[in-house]
Design a protein around this ligand. Structure first.
Ligand code: IYR
Length: 223
């Protein structure tokens, strides 16, 4: 094993006054609380530079041993989107017709979802997020750590960046989704993690009437 000396540089953090901090934290919460998952997309194009920026924001996420074990595959090609839609709908048809438990189907009723996935063709971009189970350096395999946690965090950053840009997304998990590996020709060390259509909400978009848990339901202080 090669011994690497750690190399450190000074951290120049960002500091705010107490009132600024209070304001920023409140305003960020209120802004993020406006994020909603949307399934009705407009086909209006989104500038590619915006996609570059949101993906690079996702890639600022912390990751196990800073391995950044992710790949963001951004699909706008209509033929590829069509293939993805067809493959996803095939799996989802089976899910909705017997593969999901009765309880699961019941839990989904409020969302009005079914096996039809038109947004996979309507949304201008589909971001297929892949996790890298390990790193391939030529023939050599290098380990990655906490891959699910790392890629999950990066997807959280991605969704926040999408919202910040005034766009909407759907965290879609067609299941199983190994078809993505094949359609996109991804290498053997990658596994599909999430499929995220991104774009503008349709003018007539509708969202389920939901509320979020209260502070008492999610926060526990030990003082
Ligand atoms: N993957 C299916 C079912 C589905 C599952 C969950 I958990 C959801 O929050 C929503 C849908 C679908 O996309 O329809």
């Amino acid at each position: 094993m090669q011994h690497t000396e750690p190399k450190f540089v000074p951290y120049k953090g960002i500091r705010y006054t107490r009132p600024e901090m209070l304001n920023r934290s409140r305003e960020f919460y209120q802004y993020m609380d406006k994020r909603r998952t949307v399934r009705d997309f407009s086909s209006k194009p989104v500038p590619r530079e915006v996609i570059d920026n949101i993906v690079m924001t996702a890639s600022t996420s912390p990751s196990g041993a800073h391995k950044q074990p992710w790949a963001f595959c951004v699909v706008s090609n209509p033929d590829i989107k069509k293939k993805i839609r067809e493959a996803a709908e095939k799996e989802e048809y089976l899910n909705y017709h017997g593969r999901m438990s009765e309880e699961w189907v019941q839990d989904l009723l409020v969302f009005g979802t079914d096996w039809n996935k038109p947004f996979l063709e309507t949304a201008p971009y589909l971001i297929a997020v892949f996790k890298k189970a390990y790193e391939l350096e030529g023939e050599e395999k290098r380990k990655n750590y906490y891959v699910n946690e790392s890629v999950g965090l990066a997807c959280g950053f991605l969704l926040a960046a999408i919202h910040n840009a005034g766009l909407v997304a759907l965290t879609h998990t067609p299941s199983p989704m190994n078809f993505l590996q094949e359609i996109l020709g991804r290498p053997e060390n990658e596994r599909p993690f999430l499929l995220i259509p991104v774009g503008y909400a349709a003018d007539d978009a509708r969202i389920p009437c939901l509320s979020r848990k209260t502070i008492d339901e999610v926060l526990v202080y030990y003082e």
